[in-house]
Design a protein around this ligand. Structure first.
Ligand code: UDX
Length: 444
């Protein structure tokens, strides 16, 4: 099939490449000529494992092209997929201006029947509104499709080529059938439904996953007080098929471009129809508070006096295998430390630059590697579970730190690794290890 994708962010770029990979002709469009230029030179504007290679092979095969010329791309395609950003407005609602603009430009470029598909996450009712907007700018026939996206950063290609399910929201059967054909090579689990339900499935899924994370984080906080181990609790819960083991990893809360935005947007969507989504409000509140789990531990260790200490921070991205720092817990944690007179030394394998562009370059010491960040620090906080941190030899680490204090915000290390190293080790929802001897420490 001939497909145009508007927007070369995570969703647009990865989807475009994957549609090409399964044999379609794909044109990716972005209004940023710099991005298109980069992509045409074989460079990839985002960090995503495997993406660069897949782009190269599909360009070589002549199935994938990049352009800033939206009109030409639309004219050459039967299916046009909108995958532009819907960033949150200050009130939590999704900003739909990019999507509206894309819809109008598509309408103006149309030279015949098209299937116009929305992959961007949009509030319920948006597809219907967009259809009206398109109709007001063209006489050509078209069908609207809602095609919500479920890919995760860091495993985006895997998620797109082998999805758990594909959701197709359609008004008419013919357009739905075409979209089913397009996705059949990817999965058997294709749910065809009405447009509003498809839009809702995306929000409900993300809200549910966010709920699982906040739930296990609260269980972790209780585990800390009663002396239980949340990793064992999660394991024990996860074997129950009705619960499932995924998204039960306790830590310092979820970040990223989706969960924070989509939970706020769903609260807002509910509010707009006079429904207060109390459960989801709590999920967001718990997540916000969980970031301070690390700070509370530092304050306990240093008797509330962080001013003048040097703290090393490992990990800045909201999760490993991405350079994305949007809503990363590291932003608020480091800001809090800096505001309280802490000298922060930090390192992340890939997210240093993106972090600096959001946080600024001032006030923090940026290090070349993990050990340099730890050198002479009074304590080390691990905020993102990058593989290279898990491989660190704790005996070596102990030698470079001024004090052997490790706060593991992602439960990367286990008791066997820590015992005998002399570390004062605090993790999330697990018994603390004090000077290598397992003993009860005061409740936090
Ligand atoms: C998420 C959804 O998984 C995906 O389906 C949707 O399309 C976009 O949002 P993503 O944000 O890329 O994907 O990352 P994900 O792997 O889901 O993790 C989100 C956040 O939750 C991360 O900050 C991660 O650290 C945190 N998390 C995840 C936990 O704290 N515990 C867990 O058990 C799982």
């Amino acid at each position: 099939m001939n497909i145009t994708i508007i927007g070369t962010g995570y969703v647009g770029l990865v989807s475009g490449v994957c549609y090409a990979e399964i044999g379609n002709d794909v044109i990716c469009v972005d209004k940023d000529p710099y991005k298109i230029d980069m992509l045409n030179k074989g460079k990839v504007p985002i960090y995503e494992p495997g993406l660069k290679e897949l782009i190269a092979t599909n360009r070589l095969a002549g199935r994938l092209a990049f352009t800033s010329n939206l009109s030409n791309a639309v004219r050459h395609s039967d299916i046009v997929i909108i995958a532009v950003g819907t960033p949150p407005l200050p009130n939590g609602e999704a900003n739909l201006s990019y999507i509206d603009q894309a819809a109008i430009e598509i309408a103006k470029a149309m030279n015949g029947y098209k299937i116009i598909t929305v992959k961007s996450t949009v509030p319920v009712g948006t597809n219907e509104r967009l259809a009206k907007l398109i109709k007001s700018h063209t006489n050509m026939a078209f069908d609207s499709i809602s095609l919500p996206e479920f890919l995760r950063e860091g495993s985006a290609i895997q998620d797109t080529l082998y999805p758990d399910r594909v959701i197709i929201g359609a008004e008419y059967q013919n357009a739905a059938d075409t979209m089913v054909q397009l996705h059949k090579p990817l999965t058997q689990n294709i749910v065809v439904t009405d447009i509003r339900s498809a839009e809702m499935i995306k929000y409900a899924s993300n809200a549910f996953l966010a709920t699982k994370i906040s739930f296990i984080n609260e269980i972790a906080n209780i585990c800390e007080k009663v002396g239980a181990d949340v990793t064992k609790v999660a394991e024990g819960m996860g074997y129950d098929k009705r619960i499932g083991s995924s998204f039960l990893k306790a830590g310092i809360g979820y970040g990223g471009s989706c969960f924070p935005k989509d939970t706020s947007a769903l609260i807002q969507i509910a509010g707009n129809v006079d429904y207060e989504f109390k459960l989801l409000r709590s999920v967001v509140e718990v997540n916000q508070d969980q970031r301070f789990n690390v700070i509370r531990k530092l304050e306990t260790i240093f008797d509330g006096e962080l001013n003048g200490t040097t703290i090393a921070v490992w990990g800045l991205s909201f999760k490993p295998n991405t350079d994305d720092v949007r809503e990363s817990p590291a932003l608020e944690i480091i800001q809090h430390l800096v505001d309280n007179g802490v000298r922060v030394k930090t390192y992340d394998p890939v997210a240093m630059e993106s972090f600096q562009s959001l946080f600024g370059k001032e006030g923090v010491i940026w290090c070349e590697d993990a050990m340099e960040a730890a050198q002479d620090a009074d304590a080390l906080c691990l905020l993102t579970e990058w593989h290279e941190f898990a491989k660190v030899d704790l005996h070596e680490l102990q030698k470079v730190l001024k004090q052997p204090i490790l706060i593991d915000g992602r439960n990367v290390f286990n008791e066997e690794q820590v015992l005998g190293t002399g570390f004062i080790y605090y993790s999330v929802g697990r018994p603390n290890l004090n000077q290598g001897v397992k003993e009860k420490v005061p409740a936090l």
